[in-house]
Design a binder for this molecule. Structure first.
Ligand SMILES: [Fe+2]
Ligand SMILES: [Fe+2]
Length: 298
């Protein structure tokens, strides 16, 4: 959707230019320029990092220095610090102008790259955790949509689901992949994944603070028997409650050679048994609805 349109005509020594503002955002401005016949300059961005593209919509435009003619669909891009471009336009020529502020985009790109790096780290460390995270995110999405999540809240919860076990990259391989039951000491090391992951999330991915608030509670239980803080009841966020149920379901039903895998029915029974004690009731019944809806559960 385009923003509110505004129109202004500028009288220049070269002739008139009518400028319509089609969209104005913090990172991008879209304008349309319409010219009288004459010589003009296409201006390079003045901010210290930006790009402006000029695309011919109608009419023709000639680059004076090169003598080259541009037609509808042709595009010129000018970077900040570059030369303005001297052009000749015919009457009625219209240009579509995109002005990007690159430094704003760069922040977003850096955050995206950081996110990719985190994902690669999980995958490389432990393929199972990588795939488990994807399945949990998928279930969480279906549950959250049913529970009315949207916008930022939904995005934070989905990122939390995707990264909930990211701290496992710090767990030594012999503990992470141990085929037998963990000793109490080893279990303590394993539990640290909900604390240690924060260095990979907070300040690293977009809205990392909010995403981490959800992740850090994904092993808390309503009755206070969870970790790391032993939080109770309302102290655990609804988002973490949803994540905890999807996580537990996948952990019980996913094939990992060395632990007995439960059937979907048995896993659901187990979740029901602990609903209201460990797990949020609404989250458990929503999971059951999702599984029935998908034909996974009768
Ligand atoms: Fe976990
Ligand atoms: Fe998990």
């Amino acid at each position: 959707m385009l923003g509110r349109e505004s129109m202004e005509t500028f009288v220049t020594v070269y002739g008139n230019i009518t400028v319509r503002k089609l969209f104005a955002g913090p990172e991008l401005e879209v304008l349309e320029y319409e010219y009288d016949e004459g010589y003009f300059y296409l201006v390079a961005p003045r901010s210290d990092s930006g790009v402006k593209t000029y695309e011919v919509r109608t009419g023709t435009l000639r680059l004076v220095a090169e003598g080259k003619e541009l037609f509808p669909g042709d595009l010129v891009a000018l970077e900040s610090g570059g030369e303005d471009l001297h052009v000749h336009v015919n009457k009625g020529t219209r240009l579509l102008v995109h002005a990007y502020r690159v430094h704003a985009l760069r922040g977003t790109l850096e955050r995206m790259t950081a996110t990719d790096a985190v994902l690669e780290a999980i995958q490389a460390k432990d393929n199972f955790t990588g795939e488990h995270s994807l399945r949990v995110q998928h279930l969480v999405r279906l549950m959250a949509l049913r529970m009315g999540y949207s916008g930022k809240l939904l995005r934070h919860l989905l990122d939390a689901a995707r990264f909930h076990d990211v701290g496992k990259v710090f767990v030594p391989d012999d503990i992470l992949n141990k085929p037998d039951r963990l000793t109490p000491e080893e279990y303590e090391v394993m539990k640290r994944h909900v604390i240690d992951g924060d260095s990979l999330i907070r300040g690293k991915i977009e809205d990392g603070e909010h995403v981490w608030e959800i992740i850090v509670q994904h092993h808390e239980h309503l009755d206070g028997s969870g970790y790391p803080q032993g939080l109770k009841g309302d102290a655990i966020s609804q988002s973490s409650g949803i994540l905890a149920v999807a996580d537990a379901f996948d952990a019980m039903t996913a094939e990992r050679v060395y632990w007995p895998v439960k059937s979907v029915e048995d896993a659901v029974e187990e979740l029901k048994r602990h609903a209201g004690l460990r797990y949020d009731r609404a989250a458990v019944s929503t999971l059951i609805e999702v599984l029935k809806d998908k034909g996974i559960l009768e």
